[in-house]
Design a protein around this ligand. Structure first.
Ligand code: GLC
Length: 551
């Protein structure tokens, strides 16, 4: 039976927790239209509780024309009919809390949908009007204003400027259907404070803040060109500092104002920043009067290399300590190639090109990917701080790199003129059962096709199967629980290619050396191993947990 995982009303529950990311469109579909919905989530929450997570983060389910999978919101206070109703959300919240799970919802403040009433009003109003001032409208360059105001590049390909019929241009860091809001306009700030309170009053436990580093722009004229320095992939830091629209110091004023609102609630609510910035700037987002956490993308991007891991773990811990917080640890999310597949590819593989070859060039070593993903799970779950898991990683799902091109829905695919496949391959709906329509995702089909054999990864197929991914995760989360609270961290002497450390009384050793390594003699033997391990030797691509203080 499902155990309660709640730490009750402990205000610090988030410091060392496990948050399970639910990508709503692909988690579970109760009504059979092929698209995940909130009732589907409620029906399957038992899985998350049984896994042993503390919280769920739900990606956007708000009203949206779906130009970017729901990250283009047309009504921030309502549920999109494809995902259900507000009543469904209330039920979800109640069920989650009854299971001891906190609920974090996504908030998208950098931009709204071009179908948001504000944008319609802006288009219907003249240049210079208050309705246009809620967005970033500008005149173009060149004699007739026919050139965009600057050379700034969109994350989804092409420029950030789109021209409207009266000749002005509006800015969108992402798709043209996602106009950026003008955060210097007090009406915008007031509206978002009210949106935060709307969800807080409904009872949510926190927010994941989309593009938390993108809201403030330097619009002093003439705009500064960036000469392509902003073409880094999604979530990756822009080169250098003082960029005209990424990671500006002024953005922290917004986070400080929001922290005050979160602190008005009892227990205080939390927020986690999605900020694609380097390790040096990341801690700024989690200063004591700002947000609680920030996703650790430098860790996510770390190659399968002991030295690189050591470096990123050290810099994460150091950065977090400098502001009195703890790091987060993230391996995957709905925007990146699933880590099982990343670690199955030769070091340095360009995953954009790999996806464009339908996952054929270079060939992925699936077995190595599986071993490494299992070892990475034990590494991640042993570190002090909060682990964010992406739905399906507990099932060992690979990236679906060969989705039929006509099935692709990511706006990146079209906007880059079909030169980037985008992110659909990590968003294929979850398999819950071995067989049946959409492998138990729902009673109908699934909005992205599931590949052959998907049911073999299902929760049903893995439950109770010794050595399955799912059982490894369940045991790891359960074991981790008895070591949380002690945040102390020390590296132990290690051989080349080995990571060895203690977090409190939990000792973790990971072998990334490519050859077997002897394990220190221990009477009790490992608490847990990510693969076959006789207790004397640590095979390559394997991690073990040892109790440093046998009780
Ligand atoms: C974030 C989201 C991503 C979305 C983008 C624009 O990076 O994680 O899915 O496309 O913001 O909102």
């Amino acid at each position: 039976m499902t155990q309660s995982t709640s730490r009750g009303d402990d205000a610090d529950w988030w410091r060392e927790s496990v948050v399970y990311q639910i990508y709503v469109p692909s988690f579970a579909d109760a009504d059979g239209d092929g698209m995940g919905d909130l009732r589907g989530v409620t029906d399957r929450l038992g899985h998350v509780a049984e896994l042993g997570a503390d919280a769920v983060w739900l990606t956007p389910f708000y009203r949206s024309p779906w130009a970017d999978g729901g990250y283009d919101v047309s009504d921030y206070r309502d549920v999109d009919p494809r995902h259900g109703t507000l009543e469904d959300f209330r039920e979800l919240l109640e069920s989650a809390h009854a299971l001891g799970l906190k609920v974090i919802v996504d908030i998208v403040p950098n931009h709204c949908s071009s179908e948001h009433p504000w944008f319609a009003e802006a288009l219907a109003s003249p240049p210079g009007s208050p309705a246009r001032d809620r967005f970033v409208f500008m005149d173009g360059r060149g004699p007739d204003g026919g050139e965009p105001p600057s050379d700034w590049q969109s994350k989804f390909g092409g420029g950030v400027w789109t021209r409207v019929p009266d000749g002005q241009w509006y800015m969108h860091i992402f798709a043209a259907e996602q106009p950026d809001l003008n955060w210097e306009n007090p009406e915008v700030a007031a509206e978002f404070e009210s949106i935060l309170r709307f969800w807080l009053d409904l009872g949510v436990d926190g927010f994941r803040i989309d593009v938390a580093h993108g809201m403030r722009k330097d619009l002093a004229l003439p705009l500064r060109d960036t000469n392509g320095s902003d073409s880094a992939p999604l979530n990756a830091p822009p080169e250098g500092h003082d960029h005209p629209f990424w990671d500006r110091d002024e953005v922290h004023d917004i986070h400080r104002a929001w922290r005050k609102i979160l602190d008005e609630y009892t227990p205080p609510r939390i927020a986690v920043a999605e900020a694609g910035v380097g390790q040096a700037r990341l801690p700024l987002y989690t200063r004591p009067d700002e947000l609680h956490q920030a996703f650790n993308f430098p860790y996510l991007r770390c190659p399968w290399d002991a030295g690189a891991y050591r470096e990123v773990i050290d810099s994460s811990l150091e950065g977090a300590r400098s502001v009195g917080s703890l790091p987060t640890w993230v391996l995957s999310n709905h925007d990146v190639v699933r880590h099982l597949s990343r670690h199955a590819l030769p070091a340095g593989t360009d995953t954009v090109a790999w996806l464009m070859s339908d996952g054929r060039e270079p060939a992925a070593d699936q077995e190595a990917g599986r071993r490494r993903a299992r070892a990475a799970a034990l590494l991640t779950l042993a570190l002090p701080g909060t682990a964010y898991l992406y739905q399906g990683e507990e099932l060992g799902l690979p990236e679906v790199a060969d989705l039929p091109r006509e099935a692709l829905r990511d706006p990146m695919w079209e906007r880059t003129g079909n030169t980037r496949r985008g992110r659909d391959g990590c968003r294929v709906p979850l398999p819950w059962e071995r067989s049946g329509p959409s492998c138990g995702f729902g009673p109908g089909g699934s909005w992205l096709p599931q590949p052959d054999g998907w049911g073999e990864h299902s929760v049903e197929a893995q439950t109770g199967r010794p050595g399955s991914f799912l059982e490894l995760y369940r045991t790891a989360l359960k074991t981790r629980r008895s070591f949380t609270g002690d945040e102390s961290f020390t590296w132990l002497p290690a051989r080349d290619g080995e990571l060895a450390f203690r977090k409190g009384a939990l000792e973790c050793r990971v072998n990334l050396s490519g050859a077997p390594l002897p394990l220190p003699p221990s009477e009790a033997g490992p608490l847990l191993a990510s693969g076959p391990c006789d207790g004397r030797t640590l095979p390559p691509d394997t991690a073990v947990w040892l109790d440093a203080q046998p009780r």
